[in-house]
Design a protein around this ligand. Structure first.
Ligand SMILES: [Zn+2]
Length: 63
């Protein structure tokens, strides 16, 4: 059993702030909204999609 978020779930998830799409971090421990620069943690395989719980995420543009 994987604790990571399935692509299907990822598709229906949206940033609660801007309603934009979120994507998995490289370590798959969180979801980031690049527009808002916020990181939503994934706890026990469940993404915490709450603005109050989100952490600032420094967006790196290295691609
Ligand atoms: Zn957003």
């Amino acid at each position: 059993m994987s604790k990571t978020v399935s692509p299907e779930l990822l598709n229906i998830l949206a940033c609660p702030k801007c309603k934009g799409e979120v994507k998995l971090t490289e370590d798959e421990h969180g979801l980031i909204c690049e527009k808002c620069g916020l990181l939503y943690e994934i706890k026990e395989g469940i993404p915490v999609m709450l603005i109050d719980e989100a952490k600032p995420y420094p967006v790196k543009r290295n691609k």
